[in-house]
Design a protein around this ligand. Structure first.
Ligand SMILES: [Zn+2]
Ligand SMILES: [Zn+2]
Length: 189
């Protein structure tokens, strides 16, 4: 009695997890029976039943029929298909891996390229630099007010930020010529 319960437990828990995917093509969506590589199975004609991550596979017409009440298709039929052979699946997986490896190799060589460029030119291109406000707006306005009684238009903030960036660029060049990693007050003179 106890033994029977144990073995039933195993059978129930034995889904994809305990049989490696290489041993069969897919499991039947309805009855969970494995569909072997190279075997015939049915797929649903409706595209929502064939979405890449959610694709459904049916070992028999009866199993396809069984998904209909829940799917509520307006018009559907079962299409007989042949599962790819294990060799085809493995070939596809290898190709996939190679594509992935190539892509990451390409990516790392691209960043190497960028790194080199950065070292050669000394600065990244202007359009990927931060364009933040570099001025303390309230302090600036207070200064202008105290100095002259004038107001400061908002456009001034961006113009001054740009001037600060230009001054920093020049200072960076002086420090680089001096082979320093820190810009200093004297670089602005
Ligand atoms: Zn089935
Ligand atoms: Zn369907």
């Amino acid at each position: 009695m106890r033994r029977r319960r144990a073995s039933r437990g195993v059978a129930r828990g034995c889904t994809l997890a305990c049989v490696s995917e290489a041993e069969f093509f897919r499991q039947c969506t309805t009855c969970k029976k494995p569909i072997a590589h190279g075997a015939s199975y049915f797929k649903c004609s409706v595209s929502t039943c064939n979405r890449p991550k959610l694709a459904q596979f049916f070992c028999s017409l009866a199993c396809w029929d069984a998904h209909l009440p829940e799917a509520r298709h307006r018009d559907a039929w079962a299409e007989p298909v042949k599962a790819p052979t294990r060799e085809a699946v493995e070939r596809e997986q290898r190709a996939e891996q190679e594509r992935g490896a190539e892509a990451s190799a390409r990516k790392s060589s691209m960043s190497e390229e960028a790194e080199k460029r950065r070292r050669v030119v000394g600065a990244p291109t202007a359009d990927n630099l931060p364009q933040d406000v570099l001025i303390v707006v309230s302090k600036l306005k207070a200064y202008v007010k105290a100095r002259s009684g004038m107001n400061t238009s908002d456009g001034v903030i961006d113009v001054l930020s740009e001037k600060v960036r230009k001054l920093c660029d020049a200072a960076v060049e002086v420090a680089q010529a001096d082979e320093r990693k820190t810009i200093m007050d004297r670089d602005f003179k």
